[in-house]
Design a protein around this ligand. Structure first.
Ligand SMILES: [Zn+2]
Length: 485
C-alpha cells in the first residue's frame, strides 16, 4: 500500500469570523470662552475674546473684537463663541463653555424669533447672524454650557479670561470675517404671520441708514460720556446713555426734557441766531452771554439754579457724605450714576435718589427759566416760591412712591418694591428718627425741610397741599416753609 501522504489534504473552509462593525467614535472637543473689556484712562474701551482648550494647546488665543461696534462683555462673548466655532472642524462635537449665559440664551431661546422677524431691531445682528449661520453649517452637535461657580470648568474659563484681558490691553487690530454666504440665509422678513410693528421698524431702519448722526447730538453724548467717567469712574456707551434716559425712575415729562437736551434740540441759544429779528433771544438778558443749556442749568445769575443746587446738595448730605460734582453731562446722564458700598455692592436706593434729585431739580430750573422768559416777561421768581416748588415736586415724587409701594400691582406684589422706596428716601425725611422702620404706612412723611434751615419762631408759614396725598393716603399734609433768610 502506498501512502498518500503526499497528496494534499482536504481542508475545511475556515469558519467565517464576523467582525463587529466598528463605528469610529465621534471626536469631541470642549472650548472655554470668555470676554474682557479694558478701559484705559482718557481712551476708548477695547473688548477682546479669549478661547482656551487645554494647557499648551497652540489654538489657545486672545483676540480683540472689531473696533467699529460696541465694546462690551456681551459682544466679546459673542465673538468668542464665533471664534470657537470657526476654529473647530464641522464634524467634531463641540461644547462651548462660558461663565456667562449670553450665547446660550441668544442661540437657544431668541434665535427663532429673531429669524422670524428678519433680524429687525436686533442689536449686534452682524455677529449674531454670522454665528447662527456657522452653527447651522456644522454637521456635528454643538452644545453651550454655563460653568457653575467653583467647578473645574470655571477655572478653565478663567484661563480664557486671562487671554482676553491680555489682548484687550494690547489693543491690536484683528481681522474678522462676518460675511454670510448668500445661499445660507434668506434676505428680508416673512410677510405671513408677522406683525405690523416689525414692518414699521424695518422701514425705519432702512430710512435711518441714509441719515447721518447730528453733530450736536454727538457732541452732547460725548459730554455725557466724559462727565460720567470723570465723576463716577464709569465708562458708558451711547446705548447706555439712551437707555438711562428711559428709566422708569425718571418721570416721562422730565425724561423728554433730558432726551431733547441730549439732542441739543431745545429752542434756546444758538437756535435763535439764524432767525431774523429774533437774534436777541439767543442771549441771556440777565448775564449777557449765550443762553445754552449749560448756562441755564448751572451758570445763570437769575434766582433759580443756585438755590436749587444748594438745596439738593444739602438734602443729599443727609444720606451720603460726598456730593458728586454737578455738570451738564451728569445732569443729562443722571441715570448712569453708580454708587457702591465698602464691599463693592451697588447702592440701589442711593442711585435712585440721585436720579430723582438731579432730574427733578434740573427740570424745575428749566421750568423757572421758561416762566421768567416766556410767561413773566423776564420777571424773576421769588426765592421763597422757588424753594416751595422744589420741595413740592420732591414730595410729590415721594408720595407717588409710597402709593405704588402700598398698592399691589396685579397679583400680590406691589408696583414698586417697598424696600427700594425706603432705601431711596431714608436719610432725607423730616423727623426721620421719630418714624418707624417701615414708614410707608405712616400718614405724615415729608422730605425737603432738611435742605433749608428750620423756621424761626414767629416766622412760620404753613400751606396745606392736598395734592401731596395721592391715592388712598388721603391725609392732610402741612408743609412748613420759611425762616431761611
Ligand atoms: Zn443767565
Amino acid at each position: 500500500m502506498t501512502s498518500r501522504t503526499n497528496e494534499p489534504k482536504e481542508r475545511k473552509d475556515p469558519p467565517v469570523r464576523r467582525r463587529a462593525a466598528t463605528v469610529p467614535a465621534p471626536v469631541a472637543i470642549e472650548i472655554f470662552i470668555a470676554g474682557s473689556v479694558h478701559v484705559p484712562s482718557s481712551k476708548k474701551a477695547c473688548a477682546a475674546t479669549g478661547t482656551f482648550i487645554e494647557e499648551g494647546d497652540m489654538r489657545n488665543k486672545g483676540k480683540c473684537i472689531p473696533v467699529v461696534g460696541e465694546q462690551s462683555l456681551y459682544t466679546a462673548e459673542l465673538f468668542a463663541a464665533l471664534e470657537a466655532v470657526k476654529m473647530t472642524n464641522r464634524d467634531t462635537v463641540l461644547t462651548i463653555t462660558s461663565t456667562q449665559s449670553y450665547v446660550l440664551d441668544a442661540m437657544n431661546k431668541k434665535l427663532p424669533s429673531w429669524e422670524n422677524d428678519g433680524w429687525v431691531g436686533v442689536k449686534h445682528r452682524n455677529v449674531l447672524r454670522c454665528l447662527a449661520t456657522e452653527l447651522k453649517a456644522r454637521r456635528a452637535r454643538t452644545m453651550f454650557k454655563v460653568a457653575a461657580p467653583g467647578s473645574p470648568e470655571r477655572a478653565q474659563c478663567k484661563k480664557a479670561s486671562m487671554l482676553a484681558k491680555r489682548s484687550a490691553r494690547i489693543q491690536t487690530e484683528e481681522r474678522w470675517d462676518l460675511t454670510i454666504p448668500p445661499d445660507t440665509a434668506l434676505p428680508g422678513l416673512p410677510l405671513q404671520g408677522n406683525r405690523q410693528r416689525v414692518f414699521y421698524r424695518s422701514i425705519w431702519e432702512i430710512k435711518s441708514q441714509v441719515l447721518s448722526p447730528r453733530p450736536s447730538t454727538l457732541m452732547m453724548l460725548e459730554t455725557v460720556r466724559r462727565d460720567v467717567e470723570t465723576t463716577f469712574g464709569r465708562h458708558v456707551t451711547e446705548a447706555d446713555i439712551w437707555q438711562a434716559v428711559a428709566t422708569k425712575d425718571i418721570l416721562p415729562r422730565i425724561a423728554q426734557f433730558l432726551w431733547k437736551g441730549l439732542h441739543n434740540a431745545h429752542r434756546i441759544g444758538i437756535y435763535w441766531t439764524h432767525i431774523p429779528e429774533c437774534e436777541d433771544r439767543a442771549i441771556c438778558q440777565e448775564c449777557g452771554v449765550l443762553e445754552d443749556l449749560n448756562h441755564i442749568l448751572l451758570g445763570c445769575k437769575s434766582p433759580g439754579q443756585e438755590i436749587i443746587w444748594q438745596a439738593a446738595e444739602s438734602l443729599w448730605r443727609g444720606k451720603e457724605d460726598k456730593w458728586p460734582a454737578v455738570s451738564l453731562g451728569t445732569i443729562l446722564g443722571c441715570g448712569l450714576a453708580g454708587f457702591r458700598d465698602e464691599n463693592g455692592k451697588a447702592k440701589r436706593g442711593t442711585q435712585r435718589l440721585y436720579q430723582i434729585l438731579i432730574s427733578e431739580s434740573a427740570y424745575l430750573i428749566w421750568k423757572l427759566r421758561n416762566d421768567r422768559v416766556i410767561s413773566r416777561d423776564r420777571a424773576p421768581t421769588m426765592e421763597e416760591e422757588i424753594r416751595n416748588r422744589w420741595k413740592y415736586h420732591l414730595n410729590q415724587h415721594l408720595q407717588s412712591d409710597i402709593t405704588l409701594a402700598n398698592r399691589p400691582h396685579t397679583g400680590k406684589r406691589p408696583a414698586l418694591a417697598p424696600s427700594l422706596v425706603t432705601d431711596t428716601w431714608s436719610g432725607t425725611l423730616d423727623d426721620e428718627h421719630r418714624l418707624p422702620t417701615n414708614w410707608l404706612q405712616e400718614p405724615r412723611v415729608l422730605v425737603g425741610s432738611r435742605a433749608f434751615p428750620r423756621a424761626r419762631p414767629g416766622r412760620h408759614n404753613s400751606y396745606t397741599l392736598s395734592a401731596l396725598a395721592p391715592g388712598r393716603l388721603k391725609v392732610p399734609v402741612v408743609f412748613n416753609v420759611g425762616g431761611d433768610d
